[in-house]
Design a protein around this ligand. Structure first.
Ligand SMILES: *[C@@H]1O[C@H](CO)[C@@H](O)[C@H](O)[C@H]1NC(C)=O
Ligand SMILES: *[C@@H]1O[C@H](CO)[C@@H](O)[C@H](O)[C@H]1NC(C)=O
Ligand SMILES: *[C@@H]1O[C@H](CO)[C@@H](O)[C@H](O)[C@H]1NC(C)=O
Ligand SMILES: *[C@@H]1O[C@H](CO)[C@@H](O)[C@H](O)[C@H]1NC(C)=O
Ligand SMILES: *[C@@H]1O[C@H](CO)[C@@H](O)[C@H](O)[C@H]1NC(C)=O
Length: 485
């Protein structure tokens, strides 16, 4: 089983995607859905070795009913739920062993002699990635094999390979292939589903990762340490025989960058997810000192502008900065850069009152904003639906105030190319309905924006009134007045 290299992911065209086919499926499922992916952000290429942490031999005390309860009952379970459209989930419970079986690495459930009646081997394969409907992303995801062995004869039992590592907590199996490498997808298809699947286990779970990348681990190390206190298992490369009381393959997912608290065993929502990030990125004493010093001098509310460098650039960035400063903001620029640590971005945005940027994957950083702050998304022509679905809705659920700034035809660089009456300018819906190819070629890859300073002034003034600057914060209630229920 070969794992694609980081370079492979970087080169991969996330837009090409065989999306036409995908989009057809999507449109059937959810009318109007025309975007698969948004934008590549940089990759963190620093390779670090895994830090070995505790061995997982302390048993979990926590039992919560729901999926993957974390304690073994007497019964054995071998089940696969393939009924959801985004993800397949399989569970094995009992005497489970990760080993090479007939040349294939597999999770093998050994029969309990007392319970087992069937003599048949059962085999299931599954891809543990939450974009099940999408051929292109799933094609890079390795299959995981699950086997159930019938009760063994005494002779066969004697030849069974002994466990090298015996875990007392459940294992969670997922893949970091697919669209890992794009920030939106890393959170949407990976980190948030992982939180949903594991949160109730309170770090008492072992992560077993297929297509494991060191750069991914380095990038998300602080977050992963909030999710598990055990060493990570690299599914394809780890040669030890691991034994588990229970495993689950595949991650649960509720929607775009969101968590449905009603479906969580302990009722956590996206705010609790952000609380987890806040714990993960807790600054050490030295950094805390620097952050405090910076906040001390703060009188004005802070505006952070996410600067895109490829497509969908803000052509009048300097004018926008001056405008914001005249209105009374302290302005910071955030240019997503693969070498920038997520915790530093978190610290910046945790102390930002208003975030402004043009629609694209980097807007996923809104997850780092404090509830009660304001998010201004500049929505280029032809991107209304995606801007709202991928960011507008999730932003409101986190308790930020969402202010879309919809680009008018004369504010789009496309007006330099097309006649004023061209449907590209006056009827983007008609063009985007033709399919992903045109949408991507025209609106995502060939468009920059030049928002009117007059219109933007009104939006920024409103944002300044609505945001709750940290220095004026007088109310420790975590829930914001923008919260949608
Ligand atoms: C392994 O291979 C042997 C011989 O081909 C076969 O009889 C047996 O059923 C296989 N076992 C499993 C678990 O697939
Ligand atoms: C984020 O800001 C809040 C409010 O000032 C603070 O309590 C918290 O510690 C900050 N989080 C981090 C990770 O710095
Ligand atoms: C539109 O552009 C074409 C050339 O691309 C030009 O011939 C035509 O006159 C233009 N129409 C209008 C109404 O400007
Ligand atoms: C804090 O809240 C109190 C009442 O709740 C109010 O009178 C006071 O002005 C507030 N202080 C600031 C700095 O907003
Ligand atoms: C703080 O905010 C909460 C919810 O937003 C509100 O119910 C409460 O009255 C506020 N308290 C003060 C002192 O302003």
């Amino acid at each position: 089983m070969r794992t694609k290299t980081v370079d492979g992911w970087q080169r991969k065209d996330h837009f090409r995607l065989s999306v036409m086919k995908t989009m057809k499926n999507l449109r059937q499922a959810r009318p109007g859905m025309i975007f698969g992916m948004i934008l590549l952000t940089g990759l963190v290429l620093i390779h670090l070795h895994l830090h070995l942490r505790q061995d997982s031999s302390q048993a979990s005390e926590n039992t919560v009913s729901g999926y993957l309860p974390g304690t073994v009952r007497d019964d054995q379970i071998f089940q696969c739920d393939r009924s959801q459209w985004r993800t397949d989930i399989c569970n094995l419970r009992g005497d489970v062993q990760l080993e090479i079986c007939n040349g294939t690495k597999a999770f093998v459930l050994y029969a309990n002699q007392a319970v087992e009646t069937t003599q048949l081997v059962r085999k299931e394969t599954t891809k543990p990635y939450s974009r099940k409907w999408e051929e292109d992303s799933m094609s890079s995801v390795n299959e995981v094999t699950l086997l159930r062995m019938p009760a063994l004869s005494l002779a066969a039992q004697a030849t069974r390979r002994p466990c090298d590592v015996r875990h007392k907590v459940p294992g969670i199996v997922f893949s970091t292939a697919g669209y890992t490498g794009n920030l939106y997808h890393e959170f949407n298809d990976g980190i948030i589903p992982l939180f949903i699947t594991s949160q109730h286990l309170r770090r008492e779970a072992v992560l077993i990762i297929s297509s494991f990348h060191n750069w991914w681990y380095s990038k998300y190390r602080e977050v992963i340490e909030q999710i598990t206190k055990y060493e990570i298992i690299d599914l394809e490369r780890d040669e030890r025989v691991h034994c588990f009381p229970e495993i689950e393959t595949g991650l649960h997912i509720h929607g775009e960058l969101s968590i449905d608290a009603n479906r969580m065993p302990l009722k956590e929502g996206i705010q609790e997810f952000r609380d987890m990030l806040n714990r993960a990125y807790k600054p050490g004493p030295e950094d805390e000192h620097k952050i405090r010093a910076r906040l001390k001098n703060k009188i004005n509310p802070r505006l952070t502008i996410i600067v895109r460098q490829g497509t969908r650039k803000l052509l009048n960035l300097d004018d926008v900065i001056h405008l914001a400063e005249r209105i009374g903001f302290k302005v910071h620029l955030l240019t997503p850069d693969p070498t920038m640590e997520l915790k530093k971005i978190f610290w910046l945005l945790n102390n930002t009152d208003v975030l402004l940027g043009v629609h694209g994957a980097a807007m996923t950083h809104f997850l780092f904003m404090r509830p009660g702050s304001v998010f201004i998304q500049i929505v280029p022509l032809g991107t209304d639906w995606a801007a709202n679905e991928y960011f507008g809705e999730p932003v409101s659920k986190l308790g930020l105030k969402y202010m879309p700034y919809k680009i008018q035809p004369d504010e789009s660089s496309l007006s330099d190319i097309y006649n004023a009456t061209d449907p590209v300018l006056v009827d983007p819906d008609r063009i985007t309905q033709r399919g992903w190819g045109d949408l991507k070629k025209i609106y995502l890859e060939a468009q920059d924006v030049r928002p009117s300073l007059h219109r933007l002034r009104q939006v920024l003034q409103q944002a300044k009134q609505d945001c709750r600057p940290l220095s004026h914060e007088n109310n420790t209630s975590r829930k914001s007045r923008f919260m949608k229920h």
